[in-house]
Design a protein around this ligand. Structure first.
Ligand code: UD1
Length: 461
């Protein structure tokens, strides 16, 4: 999956990144074969799994290196496609990007130029919205294509725009690009968000750290990745207080410098493994997590009859009986994360009784329900709520990974089902899960990745 080339130098493996344009040229010369995940379900997961760095923290932090114009070393970067894309974008903008081993990257943004992010790549990544705040902060203007990401709802950027305007910028969204200018320079101000948005909070921080004066953000997102972004920027010389609380205060500084920083563990990956452990009736030690980030999920799993034991930075999750029904409502942090909703709903398909899952963050996040129905799940969607009547057993089927987290839910369904499941469109899953197949196989799952034969490809497309 990783597309950089490796060479050995003393004790370290140094990986040099190829520029996006060169790689694209090379890719046109090979026929890319689709892959699928094949699972023979029914094995309880047992053993331990190490959690990778958090995608949703790595993406804004990678982009935030642009603000420093200096050399940053980021450790605990997850080896996932979204990170590859973010690094390709920075490289195309003039950054020098060097992998050191598999999970550390050195990024020098001294030569990054304004308005040079490739729109084709930007359109594939939600995290590319952060380029607007970072370009604006560094150059006083931004020119970025429309960002992409999972198709889970409308995903407007009105709150991002409101924040840039509060800082004195003018925003236009013509011809498929977002253009922001602040000819008089950015000035600190009060920003009050009408809705809690991770992206708008991160973008405001990025734009405000080098602005003149003080910025106060009210009703910000409190997610751990917002705190991680603030911690990274503070390590680079920024002055941000209150990240993770109801009010964030940013005192603008003249300049940032490079640093070495380690990304926090991925609470969504950890949650996916915790849910998979319960769904398969197994016992898994999830290592390298921040247990506090998992409190909401741990409490739900315990409510369902599972045991969650905390030892330092590990959680041991087991469930030997059939899990009981429960109700779940997604909310901004510290509420139940929308990014674990499909995985949790899949688990509830096997619970004893009728559960309700209500999605309040994104309006179009139940598309995967059709796939679960193919396996014998009894789920009905009524507006924002999925009503799930637990069944004794799911049966293997051909499934599509509709998007990243729905794809992870299909993997959980396949692991818990009887018989064989094939999951297609797995590039969606690999956007955000580092080595998921290998990690699950090490836990005893009968799972493999294989190429989709041309005839099969024609049948599914
Ligand atoms: C980020 C995460 C995504 C997660 C989501 C919610 C990344 C790369 N993605 O997405 O995995 O599911 O947070 O935890 O970190 N909204 C507006 N106006 C705006 C911005 C957002 O109305 O200007 C609404 C959205 O439509 C949505 C809600 O606010 O209903 C939350 O969206 P937001 O937190 O911004 O999500 P993302 O940053 O896109």
């Amino acid at each position: 999956m990783l597309q950089y080339t490796e060479r050995k130098k003393s004790d370290n493996t140094i990986c040099s990144y190829t520029a996006f344009s060169h790689r694209k040229e090379a890719q046109t010369r090979v026929t890319v074969m689709e892959e699928k995940i094949v699972i023979n379900g029914g094995n309880p997961l047992r053993g331990s799994v190490s959690i990778s760095g958090f995608k949703n923290a790595a993406l804004p932090i990678i982009v935030a290196t642009v603000l420093t114009g200096d050399v940053c070393v980021l450790e605990n970067i997850p080896a996932i496609r979204d990170v590859e894309k973010a690094l390709e974008i920075l490289e195309a903008m003039g950054a020098s990007v060097r992998m050191i081993g598999r999970t550390t990257v050195e990024i020098d943004t001294a030569n990054v130029e304004y308005g040079t992010s490739p729109a084709a790549l930007v359109s594939k990544l939600r995290g590319s919205t952060y380029l607007i705040g970072a370009e604006l902060g560094r150059f006083g203007k931004a020119h970025v294509g429309w960002p992409g990401g999972c198709d889970i709802g409308n995903r407007p950027i009105d709150q991002h725009i409101k924040a840039f305007e509060a800082l004195g910028a003018t925003v236009s969204t013509d011809n498929g690009f977002i253009d922001v200018t602040a000819p008089e320079g950015l000035k600190g101000n009060s920003i009050y968000f009408d809705t809690t948005s991770v992206g708008a909070t991160a973008n405001s921080i990025l734009a405000a750290v080098l602005a003149e004066g003080v910025t106060v953000i009210e009703n910000p997102a409190k997610e751990p990745h917002i705190v991680d972004l603030a911690n990274f920027l503070n390590t680079c010389g920024a002055s941000i207080t209150g990240a993770g609380t109801d009010v964030i205060k940013i005192k603008g500084v003249n300049k940032l410098h490079g640093c070495t920083y380690s990304i926090i563990p991925d609470m969504i990956e950890a949650g996916t493994f915790m849910i998979a452990a319960v769904a398969t009736g197994g016992r898994v030690r999830v290592d390298g997590v921040i247990p506090k980030h998992m409190d909401c999920l741990s409490a739900k799993l315990e409510e369902m009859g599972a045991t969650v034991e905390e030892i330092d930075d590990s959680l041991i999750v087991s469930c030997l009986e059939r899990p009981e029904k429960t109700n779940v409502k997604t909310l901004p942090y510290p509420g139940f994360p929308t990014d674990l909703q499909p995985q949790m709903a899949t688990l509830l398909c096997l619970a004893n009784g009728v559960s309700h899952v209500t999605e309040t963050v994104f309006e179009n996040r139940f598309k995967y329900v059709d796939e679960l129905q193919k396996m014998g799940a009894k789920v009905r969607v009524d507006g924002k709520t999925a009503i799930i009547e637990g069944v004794d057993q799911l049966s293997g089927a051909d499934l599509k990974a509709i998007d990243l987290r729905a794809g992870a839910a299909m993997v959980i369904a396949g692991l818990a089902a009887s018989g064989t499941s094939s999951i297609y469109n797995i590039s969606s899953i690999e956007r955000g899960y580092d080595n998921i197949v290998e990690k699950l196989r090490a836990l005893g799952a009968d799972i493999k990745k294989t190429y989709v034969a041309p005839a099969e490809q024609a049948a599914i497309s």
